[in-house]
Design a protein around this ligand. Sequence first.
Ligand SMILES: O=P(O)(O)OC[C@@H](O)[C@@H](O)c1c[nH]c2ccccc12
Length: 228
Amino acid sequence: MSRFIQAVLGASIPVIPEVKVRAADGVSLVGERSPVAIAAAYKEAGAGCLSVVTGRWFGGDLRLLADITARCDLPVLQKDFLTREAQLDQACELGAAAVLLTAALLPRRVLATLVDKALVLGLTPFVEVVSEAEIAAVPHASDCVIAVNNKDIQVREQGPADLSRSERLLPAVQATGCRVPVSASGIDHPAQATRLVRAGFAAVLVGTGLLRSPDPATWLSRLSGAPR
Ligand SMILES: O=P(O)(O)OC[C@@H](O)[C@@H](O)c1c[nH]c2ccccc12
């Protein structure tokens, strides 16, 4: 089992917290805080791994990834719209443990090539999906994280989240043999996260909800008892 999958399944809290500099609408999510300090606080609160957004829409870049992997020893998922094999080599060099592959952006053959390449490099493919057809196109599903995105990337994540999409698609994700179904985006309250974990998700990926919370450690602790 990969280091990233082990970290998700073994963490004391079923949350992958995300460091994202700003929301898709341009509003800062980190304010005066240092992203490295935010990552350290998530570790302290029990996170087993992290997501780091390097996409420019969200104020990120590769330096942010390098800074966090150099100063925090949790396995890190690089979130960006990766489309080329060279970007996976770069993710590896910068210390990522997993890479986002967005099914909606990648023709089936390209997705298969990138999943293969990631696995060869020892990176865990974190494949984001929004439909049953996309789930069916994920190769080597048992070695991947499959994440249902509750928002739509076509509108740059600016539309409302539909958490019922996660619940509706979970059986199809489980049927692939994937051991790590994740629900991502638009999870703003611990009660929503608990509900998704109770429904059968191995973890939820939370960016904005935690970054905007005045007390992220308490947000996370309200979930630590959620049975998986
Ligand atoms: O901030 P939220 O609503 O909790 O969402 C986190 C994450 O899912 C979102 O940032 C995201 C989903 N897909 C992406 C692709 C690239 C960058 C970022 C993302």
